[in-house]
Design a protein around this ligand. Structure first.
Ligand code: DOR
Length: 436
């Protein structure tokens, strides 16, 4: 593995909260040195990082790679390319594939395919229940041994409280978190968007905030009962935020993630029956978005994750009721974090790096997430000033289903270091200037 020297980058370390300009030398996949005015040893690749932020490598704890079974939507090969283009060095792959990742065989397959690609690393999430059907426990121990980093029936809530209790007891023993898709299903049956005034005007069936909040409340109670680490996936309502905040204040092992679409858009994005904004949980109200932003700032929400849910064009180009839920999120996430949170003063740089790198790694039990000598050298370089229009046609993902097409966003990833390699994805700020 060769040496790479990043010159004059602005280092952002969520571990210490420091932001400073320095050179950073990568050797053998580790951070060898951080210093100013470093000379490049012979045979070193030199990258001019002047004007770039250097984050520890960003990790997305919630993506749907669709393989095996739905390769027409996405494959592990296209998914890891989308991850790298979006500035992520690793992703956790949700188990709602066909077959469901509810066995060591499927978990092992997803992991091995990820390794074969040699780009962003792929960490499989195993199902809680067989087929994610909520009836029988999946073989958690075997999946853990095969490389599962967490357990989830994502896409569905495990409604059977006794089964959830048992699953949490096992997950605790296996030292893996349970990631819960919090949605009480009798309240959301037939729903396609948030319940409220917009749904009424559009004549669409709603999914109330209470469905999410009931599920979050029960899962927090079971997490307390069992001592299991509960991670609330794609939190979307002010009431759910309040419940997580209260659980944390009592010292419970509860964490939460929010998606860029939930902290950016309201239910009004659905107007005109825009299926690209049909997502589950649904986009909520302005008050909910404000509560999510506040919760990001005060630490109630630990992680920003995309819920990258690619779908084929023909699946989304149908009546609103018929379209599948989901947004292709990997390639717009970091630009939305910068445009909506960092540039607006909601998160400072170390906080943004914590929510994109350090906290996701802690959730999945991965090392790294801090910038210090000797640490694993997974990095994400970001040009905070770069402005670019979202162009789904340029996505590496097969899923071009995004409500952000044509949005002009500021702050884009320019490259990553993963597996000891520097992979540029956009021009460096210095190169951009030379072009003019
Ligand atoms: O919008 C969503 N899409 N939410 C989910 O929970 C599942 C996901 C999918 O798999 O498409």
């Amino acid at each position: 593995m060769k040496r790479i020297l990043f010159k004059s980058g602005t280092l952002v370390d969520p571990g210490s909260g420091r932001v400073w300009q320095a050179d950073l030398l990568v050797e053998e996949g580790r951070i060898k040195a951080i210093d100013s005015g470093m000379a490049a040893p012979r045979g070193t690749e030199v990258v001019n990082a002047d004007g770039c932020l250097i984050f520890p490598g960003c990790v997305d704890v919630h993506v749907h790679l669709r393989e095996p079974g739905f390769e027409y939507k996405e494959t592990i090969a296209t998914g890891v390319r989308a991850a790298v283009r979006g500035g992520f060095v690793a992703v956790a792959a949700m188990p709602n594939t066909r077959p469901v990742a509810d066995s060591a065989a499927v978990v092992g397959y997803v992991r091995a395919r990820g390794e074969e690609e040699g780009l962003a690393r792929v960490f499989p999430v195993g199902a809680l229940s067989r087929g994610s059907e909520g009836k029988e426990m999946a073989p958690l121990g075997e999946m853990r041994q095969a490389g599962a980093v967490a357990f989830s029936d994502d896409g569905r809530w495990l409604a059977d409280a006794q089964l959830m209790r048992r699953v949490m007891e096992y997950a605790r023993m296996l030292k893996a978190p349970v990631i819960s898709h919090c949605e009480e299903p009798t309240l959301t049956k037939g729903g396609v968007m948030n319940e409220g005034i917009t749904a009424t005007v559009l004549g669409l069936r709603g999914m109330p905030a209470a469905a999410e909040e009931i599920a979050v409340a029960r899962d927090i109670i079971l997490a307390e009962f069992t001592g299991c680490h509960l991670h609330v996936a794609h939190i979307s309502t002010a009431g759910a935020v309040r419940l997580v905040r209260e659980a944390k204040s009592r010292g419970l092992k509860v964490t939460a993630e929010v998606t860029p679409h939930h902290f950016t858009l309201t239910e009004e994005a659905v107007q005109g029956y825009a299926t690209c904004a049909k997502v589950n949980p649904p986009l909520r109200t302005r008050a909910d978005v404000e509560a999510l932003r506040e919760a990001l700032a005060d630490g109630t929400i630990d992680i920003i994750a995309t819920d990258h849910a690619p779908h084929a064009r023909e699946e989304k180009e149908v009546e609103f009721d018929q379209a599948p839920f989901g947004i292709s999120g990997l390639e717009t996430a970091i630009a939305l974090v910068f445009t909506e949170l960092v540039h607006k003063g909601i998160l400072n740089l170390p906080q943004a790096a914590a929510k994109l790198s350090l906290n996701p790694r802690r959730l999945l039990g991965l090392p790294g997430g801090v910038l210090a000598e000797g640490e694993p050298a997974e990095l994400t370089l970001i040009d905070p000033e770069r402005e670019e229009e979202v162009d789904p046609a340029a996505f590496a993902s097969k899923g071009r289903n995004t409500p952000f097409a044509g949005w002009r966003l500021k702050g884009w990833p320019v490259g990553v270091v993963v597996r000891g390699k520097w992979i540029p994805v956009r021009p460096l700020p210095g190169e951009g200037l030379r072009e003019i």
